[in-house]
Design a protein around this ligand. Structure first.
Ligand code: B12
Ligand code: SF4
Length: 570
């Protein structure tokens, strides 16, 4: 990776490339529990691709989020006064409709000037064929789909630029490279073959599974990506300049950050182990601390969300990151003392790492999203059960970390049960008592790339249409019942809403003001290094506790208000 980045910097000066990267986003998907994070966190995927291009010398790059620019029209885009050489689209499965619309709109550009269209991101990794139309009456599509990460894109660019003739468009160079078979040496691509360059797709060529970058420290720094953002607007075209550094934080309050990838578990409904080729990869602690420092100092963003699948997966790697961050936090200098972050992990690994929770808290970890799924383990077993989950939640709370349960509702789970904890509301009640302030309740839904995926469709579990309305990608997000053998699937849908109403309601709001669930004032002092605590006088300690108690009520009530707002919107 490092070598490719260096070689591309050499090539970049000879090719004045300009690139627009669009992040597809369907605004119909804006519902609980992802409201806020969906707009206020710039997705790491497009930011990473932008960083990789800027780092390789292609600074004329703009990242457009449909989250912020819903009227953006690729056929009208101009960058530096001209049609860009490259148009990249990133999409998740549920944003398919917008992803296709963006590509179709880009296809309207005159073929002689058309940018090379590359599709990538989570949707494309699992279903690359979806961005190539074989309809003779409506041929459209990307030129190539990348089913991998930055490494694959840079490898492709290197091959194309080394073949590109003077004054040739990048797309023309691509068509020649495709014809000559030069793409076949790049694993992680899918491209189409047709009788004419712009005809319907007749055949797809898959060059194989991507080669994964082993050492994530070789990735370009994410700080670069933030300087490429298109300012939010209602226009179809691009603005003259990217969003200035001092305005980034106004629109992006949380920065996603890649720390580790992969997970040792093998849940049948989850595509993550296969995507990672059963590997676990990580950045070094020092590198993570540098990235956070750069982003905090350049843009003033001090809240981070780790894109980990299971941050506690590997003790050595977890501690390398946590200890490096804690060392810098303990210097009590800015920006480290301001940094707060959250991520995802499993119950099993939280308990395994319990003795290290003090240092993990010191590193700035504030909240942990935990895949509880089902307390009784009926749906899935990954080392969690009721007593273990409650113990993990209590331990986290005692160390000042907020646990956020991710629940999965399924056909056989009742809404309420007597004398057992199988019911959805029973489980939510237990988790609330154990210290959960926020929650996520999704329905078990087919996920492309998972072991269960095909079976969901072949077994008749998946619903094709309901009363004439087709199940479209924008509702395949876990918030809708789209796969069920329940005699009354609509009941399951209501159960999801009942779960949120039980968790977020005016009664709990009132209660939060009197006796807060987030009141753990002792944790703050106990997770600090002893020498720190010794510096406080008795009066300072009392004041600190009173302040933390008041803050706890505000947090609890704030989360309730936020949940109720989200629920009404949903
Ligand atoms: C953080 C996160 C969220 C955040 C996103 C906030 C934000 N604005 O960034 C929140 C909590 C809101 C969220 C919500 C949902 N999420 Co989510 N989320 C993640 C998570 C954990 C990290 C995403 C990330 O930043 N990764 C790091 C970046 C660097 O990786 P990346 O995006 O894949 O990008 C790389 C490659 O894909 C590629 N690439 C990306 N774009 C492009 C473009 C081009 C042109 C090229 C060449 C390459 C390329 O290069 C990138 C760099 O390596 C991933 C799992 C994971 N570990 O990736 C799931 C994931 C993206 N989420 C997923 C899902 C399904 C959802 C939900 C539908 C809920 C659900 N049922 O789980 C909702 C949808 C909400 C909505 N309205 O959009 C799925 C998507 C599956 C799919 N096939 O589309 C994932 C992959 C998890 C999984 N199950 O496998 N999510
Ligand atoms: S523990 Fe979570 S990330 Fe790991 S395989 Fe299971 S669902 Fe996927």
């Amino acid at each position: 990776m490092t070598a490719i980045r260096q070689r591309l910097r050499g090539l970049a000066s000879r090719h004045d490339l300009s690139t627009v990267i669009a992040c597809a986003f369907d605004h119909r998907t804006r519902i609980l529990p992802f409201i806020y994070a969906d707009l206020r966190m710039i997705p790491a995927g497009v930011r990473a691709i932008g960083s990789a291009l800027a780092d390789s010398g292609f600074g004329k790059t703009r990242v457009v989020l449909q989250q912020w620019n819903r009227n953006f029209s690729p056929s009208q885009m101009r960058l530096d006064g001209r049609i860009p050489d490259l148009f990249l689209v990133s999409s998740m499965h549920l944003h398919s409709a917008e992803c296709d619309r963006l590509i179709q709109d880009a296809n309207r550009i005159d073929p002689a000037q058309r940018p090379l269209i590359i599709a990538g991101g989570p949707r494309i990794i699992y279903e690359p064929w979806q961005v190539f139309s074989s309809d003779a009456n409506h041929p459209w599509g990307a030129d190539v789909a990348v089913t991998g990460e930055e490494y694959v894109l840079l490898h492709l660019l290197e091959v194309l630029l080394s073949m590109r003739a003077r004054n040739e468009t990048l797309r023309a160079a691509f068509l020649r490279a495709r014809q000559a078979g030069a793409l076949d040496e790049i694993p992680g691509l899918v491209y189409s073959r047709s009788a004419t360059p712009d005809g319907p797709c007749e055949e797809l060529v898959d060059t194989g599974i991507q080669r994964l970058l082993g050492d994530l420290d070789e990735l370009p720094y994410p700080v670069l990506g933030y300087q490429l953002m298109e300012p939010p607007s209602a226009a179809a075209t691009l603005g003259p300049h990217a969003l200035p550094a001092n305005r980034v934080r106004k629109h992006c309050t949380v920065s996603s950050i890649v720390l580790t990838t992969g997970c040792k578990f093998r849940c049948s409904y989850c595509p993550i182990p296969a995507y990672n080729q059963r590997q676990h990869r990580a950045k070094s602690g020092e590198r993570v601390a540098d990235e956070m420092q750069q982003i905090a100092e350049t843009y003033g963003i001090v809240n981070f969300f780790g894109t980990d699948d299971n941050f506690f997966n590997d003790t050595k790697r977890t501690l390398d990151i946590a200890e490096a961050l804690a060392r810098r936090v303990n210097t009590r200098q800015r920006p480290y003392c301001k940094i707060r972050w959250a991520t995802e992990a499993t119950i099993h690994d939280t308990l395994r790492l319990q003795e290290h929770l003090p240092v993990i808290r010191q590193s700035g970890l504030m909240a942990l999203w935990l895949g509880v799924e089902d307390l009784t383990g009926t749906l899935v077993k990954k080392g969690q059960d009721e007593s273990k989950t409650i113990r993990a939640f209590r331990l986290l709370r005692e160390h000042g970390i907020y646990p956020v349960p991710m629940m999965m509702h399924y056909d056989a789970q009742p809404l309420v049960t007597w004398k057992s904890n199988q019911g959805l509301l029973n489980q939510l009640g237990t988790l609330r008592k154990a210290g959960a302030l926020y929650t996520q309740v999704l329905m078990l839904t087919p996920s492309p790339g998972s072991k269960w995926y095909e079976d969901t469709y072949t077994s008749g579990l998946a619903i094709a249409e309901v009363h004439g309305a087709a199940v479209e990608p924008h509702i395949v997000d876990g918030n809708y019942v789209v796969a069920s053998k329940h005699p009354r699937p609509w009941l399951k849908q209501l159960n999801l809403l009942a779960g949120y109403t039980y968790f977020f309601n005016p009664l709990r709001l009132a209660f939060a003001l009197v006796r807060s669930k987030s009141a753990i004032p002792w944790a703050d002092l106990e997770t600090r290094p002893p020498e720190d605590v010794a510096r406080y006088s008795v009066w300072q300690r009392i004041r600190r506790r009173l302040y933390l108690k008041a803050r706890a009520h505000v947090i609890d009530a704030g989360v309730q208000l936020f949940g109720m707002y989200g629920l009404m919107h949903t």
